[in-house]
Ligand binder design. Sequence first.
Ligand code: AMP
Ligand code: GLY
Length: 416
Amino acid sequence: MSNVLVMGSGGREHAVCYALKKSKRVDKLFCVPGNAGIAEIATCKGISVFDFEGIYEFAKENDVDLIFVTPDDPLAKGAVDFFNARGMRAFGPTAAAAKLESSKAFSKDFMVRHGIPTAKSMIFDSAATALEFLSKTNYPVVIKADGLALGKGVLICADEGEAKKAIDELMIDKAFGEAGSRVLIEEFLSGREVTVMAFIDGKSISLMPSSQDHKRAYDGDKGLNTGGMGAFAPSPYFTDEKKSEFMQKIALPTVRGLIEDGIEYKGVIYFGLMMTKDGIKVIEYNSRLGDPETEAVLPLLNSDIMVIIDACIDGTLDKTDVKWSDKTGFTVVVASGGYPSNVIKGFEIKIGKLNDVILFHAGTAIKDGVLVTSGGRVFELSGVADSLEDARKLVYGQIDKISFKDSRYRTDIGRV
Ligand code: AMP
Ligand code: GLY
């Protein structure tokens, strides 16, 4: 039996805790800092995910055997390296492996060197050369900040005017700080997007069901990009034929490439894919579980998650049976009114009786004994059913039982 500590505070972390709570190998469950929903199933402690020393001390005091490092920033800053150096088991890639997400220039170079299909791209370290290139190229183009920018450092530009504005914002005004001191200018890909997440143990990979998230704030894919407004799994567009193309051309070459480069990658790897008319291409790697994809995918897991985590760390994933339900998982984000640009927090939340759904908390807190909103994404309401349509009905049939001032959600998850 293990005592496990999960780092993070969103709906994804709640879904991870929910899966760990079901494990026969897990004794005590902790989460830092957690949220009001996670606190119902784990002991939460208000320590920042960047305070590695504080987390380590808390873990030691509580006989924690394993730390699950969930969010991208602590992974990029070397949380797993930090804990491992102190003899603590940790689940997630090291900083060197997490660079596949934390530097888009690094991951682009990795893909090109290992022949993994991706958008053509050029790297620029100076605004002047980027602008010169933009005066000669074809449109649309995609401009990306090299570093982590909360999913907001990607700008799709229809013409030179928009592209110049994007360079101003990223490289001159430094809207995302140092993340934008280097940019990639990339060929625009069109097609259907699909997410494939996988467990990886350094040598082999085990795919989770495919999924699709909806990044724009409003129905019909309108409004600003967000962290994600809802998701479903599996994606009906990711057929067996696509899956085998993905395995042969992308997943296996990625694992081989990591081994060739001497990077030992253990944890979860996320492939953001575009199914173009010229085949599947990688838009991005993430070094962690996606949010909200996880809230749709993990409820489909029929195996003990802790067995899989142990297998990833111990390098025995190829000998581990990972079972998934063939049903559909579905999740809708209930967000604060102004999300993603102007979030007002602290509204009281009322929740009616929910049946056969799972309510994952994202931005919630308890204030003076009352459940209140404390973030942009407040809940993810998830359900599992035999078909996408049934799962939609199950979740949307109950979502109005959650209420707080100015709450909103997209009504077309799974429809676009
Ligand atoms: P990323 O942070 O790289 O995943 O990009 C965020 C979103 O921007 C993706 O989910 C896509 O919708 C879009 N995107 C990124 N790169 C491209 C591209 N080369 N062509 C078209 N859309 C893209
Ligand atoms: N939902 C996209 C992500 O987690 O990056």
